[in-house]
Write a protein that binds this ligand. Structure first.
Ligand code: AMP
Ligand code: GLY
Length: 423
C-alpha cells in the first residue's frame, strides 16, 4: 500500500520509521518532511495546511492511508477533507480534535463527565477575568483557549504576574486569537506523565508511558519549549495508577466524546499530573506527542499500520498492543537560543554513524538538505534516541549517541531522564 505522512518533525520521522517496518507498505510519501525523513520516504513540497493540495496529491498517487501528525491540520479538519474525497486517514475529525483545539471545551467536557482535572473558570471578557483574580489563590495557571505552539500556558506566582498575564493573553493577544477565550485554573503539583493511547471511537488501548522535559534549561529552568527530551516508560506511572487512569480518565474520555457525538478515532495524548489526590488531567492532545513518539514508537512491537487501520475501522478491540520490555531515552539537540532566537544553516556532522548502530535512532526535526550537506533548519534540530535494557542504560546510550553529532550552535539539556534516579 501507499502511505502519506503529513508533518515535518521528529514525531513524523518516528512515525515514518515505524511505517517503513510494515510489510504491507510499498511506498511512503511525506508532506513536507525533512532531510531525515527523505531517507525513507519521498518528500513532497506541500505544507500541512494546504488541504486542497494534500487531497489532490493523495488522489493522484493512489494513497491508501494518510497519517496526519501535527495538531494544526487535525484541528483545522484535514481528516474531514480527506474523507470527503473518499480517502482513508488516520487521526480525529475536526469535531473530535477540538479536545486539543479548545481548552475551554476540554475542561467543560471533563467537568460534565467527572474526569479528574484542576478546578477552573472560563473567561471571554478580560475585565471579568481580572476581577476573578482578586479572590483567587496564587500560584495560578492561565491558559489561552486555542492552539499556541504549546506555549499558551502561564504559571503565575503573584497577583501582579497574573494580572499582567491576563492582559498579555486577552488584550495584547500574545498568542493571537487563541487568547480570545481563556481558562484560569488551579495550580497543581506532582510528577507529570504523558500517556499516549490509540482510540477507535469506543475502545481505547494504552501505549507505554513517557515523560517529557518542557523547559529549555537543566533543572527545569528557562522558557517552555516544544519538549527537550523524553524517556519511556515512566517509573512513577505504576500498574495501579494505570488501572485507575483507565477506569477514571481514559475510557470515560473516549465515552464522553462518543456521547457528545464527537467520536474520537486516532491518538489521544493524556498529559497527566500525579497529584496527592490522585492522577489528574493537565491537558489533552489529539495526536502523538513530540518528542514522546520518539521514545514510545521505537518500543512498540505491533505493525503500526494494523493498529491504525483498526482505529479507523472500529476494530481496535481485536488488537493486542505490545511493547518491548526495555526503555528508551530521547535527547533533543537544539540550536542554542531556542525557543527565542537562534541561527540556522549549520552543517551537521556525524549522522552516518547511526546507520550502523542497532538501537540508536537520529530523528530529524529541523533539518534541510543543502549543497553543503544536511544543515540545521530550526530550533529543535534532532531527537537522538537510544534504547537499553533499562532507563539508566538507555540514558547512557542516548547521551553517548548525542556526542556523535556535531554542529556549530548545538545545545542540549544534560539532565534528560535524571528523574529516574529518584524512582
Ligand atoms: P499544557 O500545555 O496545558 O500541558 O501546559 C504546559 C505545562 O504547564 C504542563 O506540562 C505543566 O507543566 C504546566 N501546567 C499546566 N497546567 C497546570 C496546572 N493546572 N498546574 C500546574 N502546572 C500546570
Ligand atoms: N511534548 C509535548 C507535546 O507534544 O505536546
Amino acid at each position: 500500500m501507499n502511505v502519506l505522512i503529513v508533518g515535518s518533525g521528529g514525531r513524523e520521522h518516528a512515525i515514518a520509521t515505524c511505517v517503513a517496518k510494515s510489510e504491507k507498505v510499498d511506498k511512503i510519501y511525506c508532506a513536507p518532511g525533512n532531510a531525515g525523513i527523505a531517507e525513507i520516504a519521498e518528500c513532497v513540497d506541500i505544507k500541512v495546511m494546504e488541504f486542497d493540495r494534500i487531497v489532490k496529491f493523495a488522489k493522484n498517487h493512489d494513497i491508501d492511508l494518510t497519517i496526519v501528525g501535527p495538531d494544526d491540520p487535525l484541528v483545522g479538519g484535514l481528516v474531514d477533507a480527506l474523507e470527503e474525497a473518499g480517502l482513508r486517514a488516520f487521526g480525529p475529525r475536526k469535531n473530535a480534535a477540538i479536545i486539543e483545539g479548545s481548552k475551554a471545551f476540554s475542561k467543560d467536557l471533563m467537568k460534565k463527565y467527572n474526569i479528574p482535572t484542576a478546578s477552573y473558570e472560563v473567561f471571554t471578557d478580560a475585565a471579568k477575568a481580572l476581577e476573578y483574580l482578586d479572590t483567587a489563590k496564587m500560584p495560578i495557571v492561565l491558559k489561552a483557549d486555542g492552539l499556541a505552539l504549546g506555549k499558551g500556558v502561564l504559571i503565575c506566582n503573584t497577583l501582579e504576574e497574573a494580572r499582567n498575564g491576563v492582559k498579555e493573553i486577552m488584550l495584547d493577544k500574545k498568542f493571537g486569537t487563541a487568547g480570545n477565550t481563556m481558562v484560569i485554573e488551579e495550580f497543581m503539583t506532582g510528577r507529570e506523565v504523558s500517556v499516549l493511547t490509540f482510540c477507535d471511537g469506543k475502545t481505547v488501548k494504552v501505549m507505554s508511558s513517557a515523560q517529557d522535559h518542557k523547559r529549555a534549561g537543566d533543572g527545569d529552568t528557562g522558557l517552555n519549549t516544544g519538549g527537550m527530551g523524553t524517556f519511556s516508560p515512566s517509573p512513577f506511572y505504576t500498574k495501579k495508577i494505570e488501572e485507575y487512569c483507565k477506569k477514571n480518565i481514559f475510557q470515560p474520555t473516549v465515552d464522553a466524546m462518543a456521547a457528545e457525538g464527537r467520536e474520537f478515532k486516532g491518538v489521544i495524548f493524556f498529559g497527566l499530573m500525579l497529584t496527592e489526590d490522585g492522577p489528574k488531567v493537565l491537558e489533552y492532545n489529539a495526536r502523538f506527542g513530540d518528542p514522546e513518539a520518539q521514545v514510545v514508537l521505537v518500543r512498540m512491537k505491533n505493525d503500526i499500520i494494523d493498529v491504525m487501520e483498526a482505529c479507523i475501522d472500529g476494530k481496535l478491540g481485536k488488537i493486542k498492543l505490545e511493547f518491548e520490555d526495555n526503555a528508551a531515552v530521547c535527547v533533543v539537540l537544539a540550536s542554542e537560543g531556542y525557543p527565542l532566537q537562534y541561527t540556522k544553516g549549520h552543517v551537521i556532522n556525524g549522522l552516518e554513524r547511526f546507520e550502523h548502530e542497532d538501537g540508536y535512532y537520529c530523528f530529524h526535526a529541523g533539518t534541510r538538505k543543502s549543497s553543503k550537506g544536511i544543515v540545521t533548519n530550526g530550533g529543535r534540530v534532532l531527537g537522538v534516541t537510544a534504547v537499553g535494557p533499562d532507563l539508566r542504560q538507555a540514558r547512557a546510550n542516548a547521551y553517548e549517541a548525542a556526542s556523535w553529532i556535531d554542529f556549530e550552535n548545538k545545545y542540549c539539556r544534560k539532565d534528560i531522564g535524571k528523574a529516574i534516579d529518584e524512582a
